[in-house]
Design a protein around this ligand. Sequence first.
Ligand SMILES: Cc1ncc(COP(=O)(O)O)c(C=O)c1O
Length: 380
Amino acid sequence: MKQASLAGAGLLAFPSLNAAPAASPHRPGFREYLPSLEWERSLPAPELKARLLANENPWGPSPQARLAIMESAVEGNRYQHQAASALRKEIAAFEGVSEDHIVVAPGSSDILEKMAIMHYLEEGNLVTADPAYMSLIKTARQMGAQWNKVKLAADWSHDLEGMASAIDKHTRLVYICNPNNPTGTLTDPDKLRDFCRTVSKDVPVFVDEAYLEFLPNRAKQTMVKTIQEGHNVIVARTFSKIHGMAGLRVGYGVMQPEMRQQVDGIWRNNMSLCKTSLMGAMASLRDTGFQEMSREKTAAAREQTYVGLEKLGLEYVPSHTSFILFPLAVEGQAFLDDMFAHGVGVRVFDVHGKTHCRVSMGTPEEIDLFLESLGSVLAK
Ligand SMILES: Cc1ncc(COP(=O)(O)O)c(C=O)c1O
C-alpha cells in the first residue's frame, strides 16, 4: 500500500525515495490505519466537511495574530533574526526563565526531531510510553536507537515507576507527552515533576507539552519549574494548538543553556523562521482573550462529543486536550474509509489489539456531522 500511495503521489520518479521503506517503528501494540488506496485513487479527493484528524484549532489564528501577519508581510524581503530574538525574549518572560533557555523553531516537530538527532547519533535507547506521540520516536529509530516502551497504566496515565525501571546505562533520552497524544490523558504533574527531578540526574527528560494550554491551570501543570530549578529537562510547546497556528509553524523549547548551546550546533540559526509567523506568534501570545476562548470552545466541544458518544452507547477516554480517543468494536480500515466517505476525517489506531478512533475537537457543526456520520457508519 505504501508503494502504491507513493506512486499515486508521483514520488516514484525519484529513485532515492523509492528505496525499501525502513522498518515501521510501530509495533503491533500501536498501529495506525491510513485511508485506503481506493480512497486515494478517487482523485480529486472530495473535500472533507469536517477535518477532525490533526488536532487543529478551528477558531485560529487569533484576530490579533492575523493583523500582525498581514502588517509584517511587507518585510518579507529581510531575514528575521531580530524578530526571532524578540519572540524568544517574550517567551522567556512568559516562562519565567532567561532567554538563553529558549529555542524558537518552525513548529515543535522541529524540536522533537533535533532532540532525537542530538541524542541518538551513537548506539543508545529511548524510553517512552506506549502509546505515545510518534514523531520523536520515529526519528530516533531512524537514527538507530532502540525503543524501550512502557505500557500506559490502566487509567492511561504514565507508568512512571515502569519508565524509571526501563532506563539502563544505554538510555539517552526519556520522552513523555503530557497530556498524552493519542490518549488525551494527564499524568499527575507533582508525580511527573518528582520523576523529572530524579531521572534527569542520569538522563535528560523531554516533556512534550503541546496540549498543556487546554488545561485551565497551565502554570500548575508545566514541567518548566524543574528547568528553573536547574534540572536537565526539556519542555516543548507549540503555537499549533491553543493558538490555532498549525500552518504557520512556530514552536519553542525550554531547556538548560548548555543544552541550548548544543542544539545551536545543529540548528539553522533562525534561518528556518518566517517573519509573518514570528510576528503572528508574538501577537497571539499577548492575546490571552483568544486563548481563553479557544480553551472554552474546546471544552464545550468535548462535552458535546461526550454526550453524543454516550447516546450511541460508546465509551470514551475522558480528555484534557483538543481530541478524544474512544474504542470501537469494528475493523479499523473499513471504519476509517466509511468516515472519510461521509466527508469526516478522523484518525484510527489499533491500541493494544483494539480499534480506537481519535477525533479532534471542531466547531459545533463539525462535531454534529461527526456524530451523525459515526451513528450511520456503526449502524451499517
Ligand atoms: C504531542 C504533539 N507534539 C508535537 C506536535 C507537533 O506540533 P507542531 O510541529 O505543529 O508544533 C503535535 C502535533 O499534533 C503533537 O500532537
